[in-house]
Design a protein around this ligand. Structure first.
Ligand code: FVH
Length: 291
C-alpha cells in the first residue's frame, strides 16, 4: 500500500518478524530508521533505503512513531531503559503476557510516551501479503491508534480491541492456545495412524476437513457461555463423549501415550461426575477457572 506523505517511523528489532515488517514500510515509501542489537541485520535493509541508527536512543530520537519488535519483554526493558521517550508513540509488537503489556504501558506513560500494544497473528512470510489473512491485534492508547493506524496497516490489517493495554496480548495468547490445542490433537491422531504404518499424508485431507467441520464448536460454545444455558442445542452430550473409554483404550492398544488426550478426557469425566452429563463443552470452561 503506497500512501502520500508516508509517516516516518523507527523500528527496533530486526529478527525474522522485524525484518519482514521493515520491508513492507520501505516498499510503501515510509522513511524508516532501524536499530538491532546485532548490527549486521540492519545492513541489508540500508541498501533498501533504511537508515541504521547506532543506538536505541539515536533510533528513538529520529521519529515520533517507534515500533518495537523484540524477543520478549525483558529485551524491551533492556533496549528502552535510559532512552528519552518524551512525546513518543510506542507501538510494542513484542509478544508479552497481558500483565507485562499493562505494566509496560504504565511504564511508558510514566516516561512521557503514549503506548499501544500489539499481537501479531501471522508468521513472517504472511507479512505484507493481505491474501494470507494476516492481522495484528492492538489495544491501549486510542488517540495513538487513530493517529497511526494507516501506517500500522501497511504490514498487516489492524484490529483495535480497546483501551486496556493487556487485551491484545490476552487475545493473542487465547488464539495461540486454541491453535496449540488443535495441533495437540493432530499430533495424537498421527501417532495413532503411524502405529499401523498408515502414511499420514493420506490421512491429512480427512483430518483437515474433519477439523474444519468441527469449528462450529467455537461459536456454539460461546453462545452457551454468554446465555448461561449450557444445555441449549446439545447434540453430542458429555455423558456419551466421556462415558466410553474408546479414545484412551485405542491409544493404549496402539502403543501411543495418552499424555495429550487424557487431561481433556479427565475434565469431561469430572463434569459428568458433577451431574452435568447433559451438556457439551461450555461447563468445562468453568471447571478450568482457578480463581
Ligand atoms: N516469528 C514468528 O513466527 C512469530 C509470529 C508472531 C509474533 N512473534 C513475535 O514477534 C517478536 C519477534 O519475533 P522474531 O520472529 O523477530 O524473533 P527473532 O527472529 O528471534 O528475533 C528476536 C529479536 O530480538 C532481539 N533481541 C533478543 N534479545 C535481545 C536483547 N536482550 N536486547 C535487544 N534485542 C534483543 C534480537 O536481536 P539480535 O539477536 O539480532 O541481536 C532480534 O532482533 C517476538 O516477540 C515473537 O514472539 C513472531
Amino acid at each position: 500500500m503506497t500512501t502520500t506523505n508516508p509517516t516516518p517511523l523507527t523500528l527496533l528489532g530486526l529478527g525474522a518478524m522485524g525484518t519482514a515488517l521493515a520491508h513492507t514500510w520501505l516498499t510503501a515509501g515510509h522513511p524508516l530508521t532501524i536499530w538491532n542489537r546485532s548490527p549486521h541485520r540492519a545492513q541489508a535493509l540500508t541498501t533498501h533505503g533504511a537508515t541504521a541508527a547506532p543506538t536505541p536512543a539515536d533510533a528513538i530520537a529520529a521519529n515520533q512513531l517507534i515500533v518495537v519488535c523484540l524477543l520478549d519483554d525483558a529485551s524491551v526493558e533492556e533496549t528502552l531503559t535510559g532512552t528519552d521517550l518524551t512525546g513518543k508513540d510506542i507501538v510494542n509488537l513484542t509478544t508479552s503476557t497481558p500483565d507485562q503489556a499493562r505494566t509496560r504501558a504504565t511504564w511508558a506513560e510514566q516516561h512521557g510516551a503514549r503506548y499501544l500494544d500489539g499481537g501479531i497473528m501471522a508468521v513472517p512470510p504472511m507479512i505484507g501479503n493481505p491474501d494470507t489473512g494476516a492481522y495484528v491485534l492492538y489495544s491501549g492508547n486510542r488517540p495513538l491508534y487513530d493517529t497511526h493506524w494507516r501506517t500500522l496497516a501497511v504490514p498487516a490489517s489492524t484490529t483495535y480491541l480497546g483501551e486496556n493495554p493487556g487485551h491484545a496480548a490476552l487475545y493473542d495468547v487465547a488464539l495461540l492456545s486454541g491453535m496449540y490445542g488443535m495441533i495437540a490433537g493432530i499430533t495424537h491422531a498421527y501417532a495413532l495412524l503411524r502405529a499401523d504404518h498408515i502414511p499420514t499424508q493420506d490421512f491429512a485431507p480427512l483430518l483437515t476437513s474433519w477439523l474444519t467441520a468441527m469449528t462450529f464448536t467455537a461459536p456454539k460454545t460461546a453462545h452457551q457461555l454468554d446465555t448461561g444455558d449450557y444445555t441449549k442445542d446439545v447434540v453430542s452430550n458429555l455423558a456419551m463423549q466421556a462415558g466410553a473409554d474408546t479414545l484412551l483404550r485405542t491409544a493404549q492398544d496402539q502403543g501411543v501415550s495418552t499424555e495429550l488426550l487424557a487431561p481433556f478426557v479427565d475434565l469431561m469425566k469430572r463434569r459428568v461426575a458433577d451431574g452435568h452429563g447433559d451438556e457439551e463443552f461450555a461447563g468445562l470452561v468453568d471447571l478450568l477457572r482457578t480463581t
